[in-house]
Design a protein around this ligand. Structure first.
Ligand code: PLP
Length: 423
């Protein structure tokens, strides 16, 4: 029987490239066809064919409180009644900026934008403008959005789809992007030696999530901080994924490392399009209109989107126990999955930290992109489809982190582990 999802996918392909508005949604690497969703509540998604799923994607991170949190919905409705947008400043933006500054370390000034891509590409522009240097270092397998200079050895959809070369991007746009493997301080040192006084910044996901979940090795972030300080380069933490997730103050707070610029996204919009970049005053004062580094956005600080983010961050700030709960839930899933796969004799490695987790197959060590590429991707794809059949919705790629929301309780973890037992 042909499902409504299958019919919609065929229809979608006639109007939208590959039938999807963001590549990883297509299921291209895991095989099969994407499922079209209709509604969501708490820990569950409901598809157009009436089947429900426990959601481990959570809109790729934003839904830390679970879907359709009543207070977030109410905040959106109250704001929508007042106005959908002005293109003029609002009090809500001031309150949001103050709230973020009270939560995220090392943010004296910040600018709201609408996507993580915008936040990261502007952070690089600011770093270049501030240091008067052109080159920057990114790490293999990290993803910072789809702006031209980042699409070099990037994770997420590029890794998932095996896209290596980049038609559409001039060599000029990416020639100043220098790439090092994740968790390897020696290669960072070497790049600095070879490019003395030329490197504006290192940008990284402090815990990688776009090649599956890969935490930093002990001392790695400290090493990067030291190298940046010694070379007068900026350390940019891309906290689009880790911000407000690994802890309220993100990876900076969790690891006790001070970044110079921080990019934020996902949770900061509570499910609607909000992102931000911010940092120390002297650096951020290079941004227009006070400085000459230009950045702008028609919908930046949109009041409906900001109302969702403001409510989400407020709930997180007022309820710090949420972080203990989601960490415990993640730990239970980690231990349960480990014991099941070990009992079954399936070689695997589970990485988890905070409420981010990934299971890799056919390997015992995952600390950089190459390790993931060498893992058993086919086994992941089988695992993905097996669980999907059982109503468990994982990211459709071995190169993505799963996200635990506060709506996922022991009941959902039990159901997930029961499904894994049958694999
Ligand atoms: N940075 C990181 C760490 C991300 O995970 C993503 C998206 O997944 C981005 C940047 C880009 O964000 P957006 O998709 O909102 O442009």
């Amino acid at each position: 029987m042909i499902t409504k999802s299958e019919t919609l996918f065929e229809q979608a392909k006639k109007s939208i490239p590959g039938g999807v508005n963001s590549p990883v949604r297509s299921f291209q690497s895991v095989g099969g066809k994407p499922i079209f969703m209709e509604s969501a509540k708490g820990a569950y998604l409901n598809d157009v064919d009436g089947k429900s799923y426990i959601d481990y994607i959570n809109s790729w991170g934003p839904m830390i409180l679970g879907h359709n949190h009543p207070e977030v919905l109410e905040a959106i409705q109250v704001q929508a009644q007042k106005a959908l947008g002005f293109g003029a400043p609002t009090e809500l933006e001031v309150k949001m900026a103050e709230l973020i500054r009270s939560i995220v370390p090392n943010v004296d000034l910040l600018r709201l934008v609408s996507s993580g891509t915008e936040a990261c590409m502007t952070a690089i522009r600011v770093a270049r403008g501030f240091t008067n240097r052109n080159k920057f270092i990114k790490l293999e397998g990290c993803y910072h959005g789809h702006a031209d200079p980042f699409l070099v050895k990037a994770g997420s959809g590029l890794a998932t789809l095996g896209i290596q070369s980049q038609p559409g991007i001039t060599s000029g746009a990416s020639k100043d992007t220098l790439v090092a493997p994740f968790n390897d301080l020696d290669s960072i040192q070497k790049i600095f030696q070879d490019n003395k006084d030329e490197i504006a910044a290192i940008i990284l996901e402090p815990v990688a999530g776009n090649m599956g979940c890969i935490p930093p090795n002990a001392g790695y972030l400290e090493g990067l901080r030291k190298i940046c300080t010694e070379n007068k380069s900026l350390l940019i933490f891309d906290e689009v994924m880790t911000g407000f997730r690994l802890s309220l103050g993100g990876a900076q707070e969790l690891f006790g490392i001070e970044a110079d610029l921080i990019t934020m996204g996902k949770i900061i919009g509570g499910g609607l399009p909000v992102a931000a970049f911010g940092g120390k005053r002297e650096i951020m004062e290079t941004v227009a209109p006070i400085g000459k580094v230009y950045q702008a956005g028609t919908l930046s600080g949109n009041p409906v989107a900001v109302s969702a983010g403001f409510k989400t961050l407020s709930i997180l700030k007022e309820n710090p126990e949420i972080y203990r709960t989601i960490e415990r839930t993640t730990r239970t899933l980690h231990e349960g999955a480990k014991s099941i796969l070990t009992k079954k004799g399936i070689p695997h490695k589970i990485n988890s930290i905070g409420s981010m987790i990934s299971i890799f197959f056919g390997t015992e060590k995952i600390s950089n992109f190459q390790d993931v590429a060498n893992s058993d991707i086919n086994m992941f794809n089988r695992f993905f489809h097996f669980l999907l059949e059982q109503g468990i919705y994982l990211p459709p790629s071995a190169y993505e982190s799963w996200f635990i929301s506060n709506a996922i309780t022991d009941t959902e973890i039990d159901k997930t582990l029961v499904a894994m037992e049958k694999f």
